[in-house]
Design a protein around this ligand. Sequence first.
Ligand SMILES: [Zn+2]
Length: 203
Amino acid sequence: MDQVKIGRFIAECRKRENLTQMQLAEKLSITDRAVSKWETGKSLPDSSIMLDLCAVLKISVNDLLSGEIITMEYYDKELENNLLEMVKAKEQADKRLLSLEVFVGITVTVILFVLIAVAAFLQMADWLRVTLIALGFVIFLAGCFYALRIEQVAGYYECKECGHKYVPTYKAVNLAPHMGRIRYMRCPKCNKKSWQKKVLSKE
Ligand SMILES: [Zn+2]
């Protein structure tokens, strides 16, 4: 997807509707900075806002993602390409997120051990010792919550029993026993419990 082209197209459609960046932002309950970022090609509209944006600009999602009005003749072909690219983009983003999860996990664990070692072996006042250890645990817990959140939203879990692929709730992920990234959860489709592995693609 060509972000710059899409950005220019958004600006074009906005002007055609006689809207300022501020007015468009207000209609979508977002900041005008976000609109400016789209139009300069720095970011793409979030999928959650795409439908509203397209409704305001009186274009289809397919037009938006192509960065131009698609004539009926090429509509299906373009739609297919755009959907494929979106799926690919999500897979890549999920892959990056899962690497980030490992990085966050390792980093907070190292910080925790360093702070404990410093508190245990260096000369200092007792309150400082306690503060350092507490700080270590707070950072560690925050890191774990963040990593778990990534684990929930990135990719899908695949049910071993029926093959159903889904995004579980944060609570389900949190409470499930796990070995690495394989989690023991109840499948929302067949309702059976199994060890479910993480997959990046729904296909
Ligand atoms: Zn199942």
